[in-house]
Design a binder for this molecule. Structure first.
Ligand code: HEC
Length: 189
């Protein structure tokens, strides 16, 4: 654009003024950003994650008491911690089909044929008891919806077995020595 007042302002010096303003604005925001990060890094006390963790731990402790079964060397021996651990695993993995109390009335099981077993009443296709239930957990009952749970650690499968034993009326009399022999053999893997 031609200058309307010749001589009053050279276009080149106007250009200089404009750039200087831009530089000042740039430096200003640059310093602002530096100060902001400096504040966050060195001055702001930060968020205490530990505090949040403690709250979360307290809440989960209210929901359920964790049991540590990792030190149990013979998980096939009846033990109330194992039953408690099994109860938790049952709620997580099995209740959708077998129902919260194991009565075979879980929401996901209603459309299945055959239906999930009522674990309180039985009966047992694989003989039941510690060895029968453990076998079913390891191998499943193909071709039914009862799949193999061999991906669960042996201690977890034994915990489920002990939980079933704690709720069922269809108990099986088994010799403790026989159970131990089974558990230490290839089928107890
Ligand atoms: C997807 C649904 C489903 C889930 C989840 C499920 N089951 Fe089953 N379960 C079944 C069905 C269906 C049967 C009956 C199969 C048959 O009669 O052939 C069955 C049968 C059984 C039996 C009877 C065994 C026997 O010898 O007759 C036991 C014990 C059992 N389930 C335990 C469990 C445990 C423990 C879990 C969790 C780890 C579990 N099930 C998860 C569907 C399920």
């Amino acid at each position: 654009m031609p200058d309307t007042k010749p001589g009053s302002n050279q276009p080149s010096s106007e250009q200089d003024q404009y750039n200087r303003g831009g530089l000042i604005a740039f430096l200003f925001s640059f310093i602002f950003v530096l100060l902001f990060f400096g504040y966050v890094a060195f001055i702001h006390p930060g968020v205490d994650l530990k505090e949040n963790l403690q709250v979360a731990q307290k809440m989960s402790a209210m929901v359920e008491t964790e049991v540590d079964v990792s030190k149990i060397s013979e998980p096939w021996v009846p033990n109330k911690d194992m039953v408690a651990h099994g109860k938790k695993l049952f709620a997580q993995n099995c209740a959708t089909c077998h129902g919260n109390e194991g009565k075979g009335d879980g929401p996901a099981g209603q459309a299945l044929n055959p239906k999930p077993r009522n674990l309180v009443e039985g009966p047992w296709k694989k003989g039941g008891g510690y060895t029968g239930w453990y076998t079913v957990l390891t191998e499943g009952l193909p071709p039914s919806a009862m799949v193999a749970w061999a991906f669960l650690k042996p201690v977890d499968r034994w915990a489920l077995v002990q939980f079933i034993d704690s709720i069922t009326k269809a108990k099986v009399n088994e010799d403790a020595a026989k159970i131990a022999e089974f558990a230490k053999g290839p089928k107890g893997k």
